[in-house]
Design a protein around this ligand. Structure first.
Ligand code: NOJ
Length: 768
């Protein structure tokens, strides 16, 4: 195997001296131990868990799953057979493990403790897809910093986030965890999150290392089914899926998690092209790669390894440094080295990367977590404030017919319908293991701040939330599972009839998105549509607040609702944020970062698509209007709501797009300005977006690509000249020879409020 080279500026010579010294003292078994990551818990016993759940239900108390600590935990660590643990925020347990490593093992090498902190630890923020909908990187940086402070205080050194997978298929439940469909936006958000996580500095007491994941193309899963096959071209890999990772590394991320999926037949876990050619040879990245959960063992199921030893061999030779829980390295790596099947240099290189991380995290100097701190850091008021701001900025107003919103203080009687309005748990969203329902403000509580006393809203649940994820019904499902959902339409309709305005809180539960939670039908679950039909028939003004972990397919809802707000799973302050928006204390400013399809049949539908040889003239056309073009017979190509879309209570007028220099050299900068005016009656924020199109390339180019954006705040009547500067070197792509190049030629540029509207200009890039 070729010796990987690390760029000099990534390597601190004092760190290297310590790494060399330590490595020289380690036995092969100790080296292997550093590459092994375990959880402190015994294997998950589903039957036992179900029994505990039944008992809790019978006793009428909430069920909290408490995994059993493995019996050999400390012994294993003392023997130097585990270099990292993950999956707990129990500080006492973490310190027990840390002590076993530092005081009990021969060389006293500290553990690095990982954890999934995906959108906050105890201060749960909106799901990452919602966070991205703020288009506010500085705010995301603050949110990530809050998450890091809480995580660090509870014993985490290393956060398995940000999830930077580009996701163009909303069936995929993990679309909730990332920044959406766009590579550029994904990179900007990844950088904000990495900076936020690592803000305190790696070697401070409050240190946390980021771990962008899942490397790479995990979001390209066929049919939106989690863990499924990915088969994309090298060009798409390089132009779309790799850039957010590169951006995260450029912002200082020193670790990465490889993905479960294969790419063109080679699982990422043992894929030398992505783990060595791209990471080490091309990017000269010196960081550490951890596998995903049991992914080394999964090479057997993929059918690319005959046994676990073979899986270990393939993975280490490809460039995978740490094995998360599959025990392949623990059980086989030393023997593989002894048998000459794996060169010791490959093991040494992986160990170096782990030691470097531990040294840079300051773990040798501060190996323990202060058990007094945790309680003081968690859920601080200033953290809750950041969570509120993120929730407010993340929500996207999709429709507001006749300016129904914001509701006036004297809007009359308000009926609130929908079990989700009185729920805490679901607002936490997926991946909120450490979130507590009691920390969450419900929508009803939020509304209470505006509708007090005799103006308090009438509340009718209308539908029931399923208690078990496995039982959740899916619209259109033939077996009638949806029929298990119970509705109380008469009570809801009666309340609506008595009211002046109806607010229906509808959507998905938290467990309908996230890992292994893909859906094939993306409409409203639990017969909510029947309830909505009945409410719409009352003719009352109808506000639909939609909670979800993904873009939903809701053309009928969008027609029936007078006003429609995408509220996602908005975290602990979601209830308050929704109320602030409905009553106008906050003017919505979120914009979609993933297109909302009209029907599942359009998927994947994304703005940066190719033109094809037979493009339609307008994106709304069907085959009947333009024959033999790339269209459908039954729906237009355009999504229901495009990327970048989101309304405000005010309006923004765009004028005077100006391109400073219409002819640019390869080392030039594209400077574009546009005047944006608040032409309505409310103060508001607009996210001004800049897109380009490279008209002719050696390979085909997307019809539009986001290159920059700015959030501006404008008072009514106020206008601002928004200026963008994009280096010409950022207008490139991987050309015919698969090298990144900016090809001279004509470009179009747009500045506008979303991916389909905006003012157009043009410019030309000239060669040397
Ligand atoms: C599997 C998930 O894919 C990954 O995102 C997560 O970090 C690991 N499990 C650890 O929980």
């Amino acid at each position: 195997m070729e010796e990987p080279v690390a760029r000099y500026d990534q390597i601190d010579p004092t760190v290297e001296a310590r790494v060399d010294d330590l490595l020289g003292r380690m036995t092969l078994a100790e080296k292997v131990g550093q590459l092994v990551q375990i959880t402190p818990f015994a294997p998950f016993d589903v039957a036992k868990m179900e029994e505990q759940a039944r008992l809790a239900e019978a006793e009428g108390r909430p069920f909290v799953f408490e995994p059993e600590v493995r019996a050999d935990l400390e012994e294993l660590i003392r023997a130097g057979r585990a270099g990292s643990i993950f999956g707990t925020a129990d500080v006492a347990l973490i310190n027990r493990c840390r002590r076993a490593a530092v005081e009990g093992s021969r060389l006293g090498i500290p553990l690095v403790v990982g954890n999934d902190v995906i959108h906050g630890l105890r201060t749960v923020f909106p799901i990452p897809l919602a966070e991205a909908s703020t288009w506010d990187p500085p705010l995301l940086e603050q949110a990530a910093r809050v998450a890091a402070e809480e995580a660090s205080a509870t014993g985490t050194d290393w956060i398995f986030a940000p999830m930077v997978d580009v996701a163009r298929d909303p069936r995929w439940g993990r679309i909730a965890e990332g920044a959406g469909e766009d590579s550029y936006l994904g990179g900007v958000m990844a950088q904000a999150r990495v900076r936020g996580f690592q803000a305190a500095g790696l070697a401070s007491g409050q240190r946390v290392a980021a771990c962008p994941k899942h490397y790479v193309a995990y979001g390209g899963a066929e049919a939106g089914r989690d863990y499924n096959t990915v088969d994309i071209s090298e060009r798409t890999l390089r132009d779309v899926y790799l850039p957010p990772f590169k951006a995260a590394f450029d912002a200082g991320a020193g670790t990465v998690m490889s993905s479960f999926n294969e790419i063109g037949g080679v699982p990422a876990t043992c894929n030398a092209f992505i783990l060595t050619t791209v990471l080490r040879d091309e990017w000269q990245w010196a960081g550490m790669v951890v596998s995903d959960y049991e992914a080394v063992r999964e090479l057997l199921a993929h059918g690319v390894a005959a046994d676990l030893a073979d899986a270990a061999r393939r993975s280490i030779l490809a460039g995978l440094d740490m094995d998360m829980v599959s025990n392949a390295y623990a059980d086989h790596l030393a023997a593989l080295v002894d048998a000459g099947q794996v060169p010791i240099a490959a093991v040494d290189e992986a160990v170096r990367r782990v030691l470097r991380l531990k040294i840079r995290l300051g773990l040798f100097e501060h190996p323990y977590t202060d058990e007094e701190i945790a309680g003081k850091v968690i859920l601080r008021d200033d953290f809750r404030e950041v969570a509120l701001r993120v929730a407010q900025e993340s929500m996207v107003l999709l429709k507001n017919e006749g300016g129904l919103l914001p509701l006036a203080a004297d809007a009359g009687r308000v009926a609130v319908i929908g079990a989700l309005a009185d729920n805490r748990r679901e607002l936490l969203g997926c991946w909120a293991f450490h979130g507590q329902p009691e920390d969450v403000e419900t929508v009803l509580e939020g509304l209470g701040a505006y509708l007090e006393g005799d103006r308090a809203p009438v509340f009718v649940p209308g539908y029931t939330l399923p208690t078990k994820p496995a039982g959740f019904p899916v619209p259109g499902e033939a077996d009638g599972a949806d029929g298990k959902a119970t509705l109380d339409i008469p009570a809801a309709v009666a309340a609506a009839r008595e009211a002046d305005v109806v607010v229906l809180v509808a959507g998905e539960s938290a467990d309908m998105s996230g890992e292994a939670h893909s859906r094939a039908h993306l409409g409203l679950p639990w017969r909510q549509q029947e309830l909505l039909d009945a409410l719409a028939a009352t003719g009352k003004p109808l506000v639909v607040v939609l909670m979800s972990g993904r873009p939903l397919v809701i053309p009928r809802v969008a027609e029936q609702a007078t006003a429609l707000l995408a509220a996602w799973h908005g975290g602990i302050r979601a209830g308050r944020a929704i109320a602030d928006i409905l009553f106008g204390a906050v003017n919505p400013s979120g914009k979609l970062t993933a297109s909302w399809p009209r029907t599942e049949g359009q998927i994947p539908v994304y703005y940066a698509h190719k033109n094809t040889g037979r493009p339609v003239s307008g994106s709304g056309t069907t085959q009947f209007e333009e024959a033999f073009k790339s269209t459908y017979l039954d729906v237009p190509n355009a999504p229901l709501f495009p990327f970048g879309y989101g309304l405000s209570y005010t309006t923004f007028a765009y004028r005077d797009l100006a391109v400073a220099q219409r002819r640019l050299g390869l080392d030039g900068t594209l400077e574009v300005s546009v005047v944006v005016k608040n032409s309505g009656k409310h103060a508001g924020d607009e996210v001004v977006q800049l897109y380009v199109r490279d008209l002719v390339g050696s390979v085909s180019r997307p019809v539009k690509e986001l290159k920059a954006f700015q959030r501006v705040s404008l008072q009514p009547g106020e206008e601002q000249t928004v200026r963008f500067a994009v280096p010409v070197r950022d207008l490139g792509f991987h050309g015919l020879d698969m090298r990144y190049t900016v090809e001279p030629g004509a470009f179009k540029v747009w500045a506008g409020p979303n991916a389909v509207e905006g003012l157009e200009g043009d410019f030309e890039v000239q060669g040397d």
